[in-house]
Design a protein around this ligand. Sequence first.
Ligand code: EPZ
Length: 416
Amino acid sequence: MDSFVIEGGNPLIGTIEVASAKNAVLPIIAATILTDEEVIINKVPNISDVDKMLKILSLMGAKAMREEDKVIINTSNISRLEIPSDIAKEIRSSIFMLGPLLAKYKKARVAYPGGCDIGSRPIDLHLAGLSELGVNINEDYGFIDCDAKNMHSGVVHLDFPSVGATENLLMSAVFLKGKTTILNSAKEPEIVDLADFINSLGGKVYGAGTSTITIEGVDRLSGAEYTPIPDRIIAGTYLIGAAMTRGKVRLENAKFEDVYALLSKLRSAGCNIDYDANSIYIENSKRLLACPSIETQPYPGFPTDLQAQILAMQTISDGISVITENLFETRFKHVPELLKMGAKVTTKDRMAIVRGVSRLHGAEIVASDLRGGAGLVLAGLVAKGQTIVRNVSYIDRGYERLEDSLSCLGADIKRV
Ligand code: EPZ
């Protein structure tokens, strides 16, 4: 696996365009199963999770190809309704295929999904919702066999506003006669984007972005060309990097309303922030003030996918910060690596207490998940001396050549 070699101390300065959101593109790729016509998705980031989703579609018999930053998909020739388990186990988003396969073909066989090792990642909410809509589910040997010949519209209540369960159920109901309602649905911008995509194909999905989504069944969907929303987590990563390195960065193709929870934390830490409809500007010239309390919550709360990055920021901020990770049970794997750099962090269960130090020192550290790895890179940008971050393939799952983007902004970072 590749590593990043970082010489700390350079401020991030300049302008960068944010790619389309990984967590919007992945369910949208799955949703292309719902139509027999060609779909073109624009500004698709060149990241390994996208490659794996396209490979799954190809192994099932679909046409799925990349032309520069466009992805062209036609699933009319799907002949296999089984998700290959070896790839399925590598990415969480493979489970998003379940809903569309049941909607279109009334049956599917999927392996338990994989994904970043940040918790147990169960799919009980997905399966409970599908069975409430009449899907017959058998689980054996790590596979889930689903039969949807008796599937019907109805009302599903989610015990927790799960992003993936909301997306799977939304896609599964697109052709169900009548009206299907999802109560306590997740409200993330990526859900709104998936609904907008399905409606651009001729679907009837209402209420996405609220905690009640209704889907009116239609007979079929057409093709479309679609540009997904910007990646709010990549945007947030750059914003935190600019704040930590005392830089000046403008993000193009960034929606302030999607990262507002972060913007208010950055302002309280002492950053100057400005924004318009499609860009965000941040500058900081002094030591950051610690954020006394940060709690990850479902959207619009502070996003769990920015927890590792803002924790890295707190390690050099002035004061004490208490960070609570409410979404995943083991999402502090980046902390032991930060301790090697001189950070002062104590963790217990879902809580981390961070005592800011004036400066970190470089070290050889190891990434063990996507966003934790991004947090380690940010720490390397401000550490004194050289930092080597190993296992950056985790980072490549969600950031397209992060080293190139950061180098364009003045960072001294190389892939080896
Ligand atoms: C999506 O994962 C994202 N992944 C995650 O981003 C993100 O962290 C997460 O939503 C929360 O925002 C994609 O969109 C591909 P959940 P997902 O279902 O759908 C529990 C990244 O770094 N739960 O909202 O798996 C679950 O264990 C990734 O880009 C159940 O208990 O998240 C977790 O504690 C990491 N049963 C909580 O809900 C279920 O059936 C939130 O999970 C499903 C989830």
